[in-house]
Design a protein around this ligand. Structure first.
Ligand SMILES: [Zn+2]
Length: 159
């Protein structure tokens, strides 16, 4: 038994048919429905008229001065033209701290075995676990913080 499609179903199928080829069954559903439904025939005629007018539209060419100005602004905002976010010595210091932290973690957690619980850990081991949790949280939230900082900087540069 086939149920008769509603006008809404037929409209949705007709709109889908503008982007893809309808299956034979879908096409016959739409055609059968339109045979008895003036509203859906009018909808199809309207869509045809709208698509024809849209296709006939010619988008205006932008003025040459606008094209040149846009190209110049894009070149000026190229990433290599911007100063580095952090000075080199800060990056070196951060790398040294990261290496030192890694070595300290390795030493602090050297005696830890899989059957140990947090309560069994020495104070240095607990501190090492806290550092690992803090680093994981920092990595998790770093993209959000960076995006916010860049957005603020972009807003203040364009103001
Ligand atoms: Zn209808």
């Amino acid at each position: 038994m086939t149920t008769r499609p509603s006008c809404r179903d037929v409209e949705l199928l007709a709109l889908a048919g503008e982007d893809r080829e309808l299956a034979a069954g879908e096409r016959s559903l739409v055609e059968e429905h339109r045979r008895d439904c003036g509203r859906c025939r009018a909808f199809a005629a309207d869509r045809l008229a709208i698509r024809a007018e849209t296709a006939a539209l010619r988008w205006p060419e932008p003025p040459d001065a606008l094209v040149r100005k846009t190209r110049r602004l894009l070149l000026e905002s190229a990433p290599e033209a911007r100063p580095a976010v952090l000075p080199a010595w800060v990056l070196v210091a951060m790398a040294l701290v990261a290496v030192a932290t890694g070595l300290w973690l390795a030493v602090s957690l050297a005696g830890v075995t899989p059957d140990m619980t947090l309560a069994d850990l020495p104070v240095a081991g607990l501190a090492a676990v806290l550092i690992i949790i803090q680093s994981a949280l920092t990595l998790l939230f770093a993209p959000v913080v960076l995006r916010t900082v860049r957005a603020r900087r972009g807003a203040s540069e364009s103001a």
